[in-house]
Design a protein around this ligand. Structure first.
Ligand code: KG4
Ligand code: ZN
Length: 361
């Protein structure tokens, strides 16, 4: 775009922002999420009220490949994006004229998948002069909690998804400090790999979770604590221990009950996640603990963290299952904070697969 058009765009965005700020209409954010295998669009009101949250999942397509195929994901996003956005506006009972800003995930994620959402958001922003906001996917997962309860700072968020495992400290809106993170596999990734070894369908997390509740955790597996003061995680050793256990049993002609193995694996993952979260919350005198990410849907983790927080007198917030896995409402909720601060992206916004959470969003 030439300089003249860029300046004209900036002026239109500013005028739009001022007009919306001065009116007594509610702030409506259109959220767009395409970082992995869900095409999602949502409209939320005043940062916390969901008017619509449309999710077109591709899980069924990727299932037969045992994981997300990036090229297939991008193509599907292209096919679904326009309809998903239209549906989200329709269900919310609004038009683009009512939208205060468009918030889109620009990283981390699959670059081809991210680009579809970013291109759609930029096209609408340019055509209609609506402010554009770039959102970090993990910030979105954390802000899913704000659709449930108002955040109180300082807080600790345990982020556990297919690509991330992080303990995040926040002392104000939009500010993220990573206290610890996984040194190898993400928690969800470990779940999916163990599920695959047990011949369970993709994504395997929910299947292991279900099996775990039918079994007894009687298979000895390690707990990886790392250095005593570390908030980091490591799950690849545990995953290997599960695979070795299966392999050794097979060689001896023995059968391990899959439900017991699932229960033992889950017990190991959950114990480490819960204890490190509690330790961080106490050390940082957190007023809240927020659970975030796809693995936050895990029943064993929810139960164990709830019990430990009660024991310690800590306040725990957990989003409903529908807001734990990827969705655009959480992206809009995070984008609302940037909107309030008047921080907008330019039309140079691009998909950034390795985007860092500590960059301001
Ligand atoms: O947050 P998400 O939807 O996508 C990423 O941003 O990665 O998380 C997907 C991950 C998958 O690894 C999936 O197996 C896992 O979340 N997951 C679960 C459960 N539900 C989803 N893992 C364990 N237990 C569950 N109930
Ligand atoms: Zn996610």
């Amino acid at each position: 775009m030439n300089e003249k058009n860029a300046t004209r765009y900036q002026q239109r965005i500013l005028a739009h922002y001022e007009q919306h700020q001065q009116s007594d209409r509610p702030t409506l954010i259109l959220g767009i999420e395409t970082s992995c295998d869900e095409t999602s669009a949502s409209v939320i009101k005043d940062g916390r009220v969901i008017l619509s949250n449309i999710i077109a999942s591709q899980a069924d397509i990727h299932k037969r490949f045992g994981g997300v195929v990036p090229e297939v994901a991008s193509r599907r996003h292209v096919e679904n994006i326009t309809l998903t956005i239209e549906e989200s506006l329709q269900e919310a009972g609004v038009t683009l004229d009512d939208i205060s800003a468009i918030a889109v995930t620009y990283g981390p994620g699959l670059v081809g998948a991210l680009l579809v959402g970013v291109a759609a958001a930029k096209a609408i922003s340019y055509a209609r002069g609506i402010p554009l906001i770039g959102v970090h996917h993990i910030a979105g997962h954390i802000y899913a909690n704000r659709l449930v309860t108002e955040m109180e700072f300082p807080l600790i968020s345990l982020v556990v998804s297919g690509g991330h495992t992080e303990l995040v400290y926040m002392d104000q809106h939009g500010s993220f400090e990573i206290l610890g993170e996984t040194r190898d596999d993400a928690a969800g990734e470990a779940y999916d790999k163990v599920a695959r070894a047990l011949s369970l369908p993709y994504p395997g997390g929910p299947h292991i979770d279900r099996l775990a509740h039918e079994g007894t955790p009687n298979v000895p597996l390690p707990r990886v604590w790392l250095e005593p003061d570390s908030y980091d995680f490591s799950f690849s050793g545990l995953k290997s221990a599960v695979l070795n256990t299966l392999h050794n049993a097979e060689q001896r002609g023995e059968r391990i009950e899959p439900a017991n193995l699932a229960a033992s694996f889950q017990a190991s993952v959950v114990e480490v996640l819960v204890e490190k979260t509690i330790r961080a919350a106490k050390a940082k005198q957190a007023r809240q603990i927020l659970l975030a990410g796809g693995v936050a849907a895990n029943k064993g983790l929810r139960e164990a963290l709830t019990a430990r927080c009660e024991q310690e007198g800590l306040t725990l917030i957990i989003p409903p299952l529908s807001l734990c896995t990827d969705n655009a409402a959480m992206i809009a909720a995070a984008g609302y904070i940037s909107y309030q601060q008047g921080r907008f992206a330019s039309l140079d916004l691009n998909g950034v697969p390795g985007l860092s959470l500590t960059e301001p969003f």
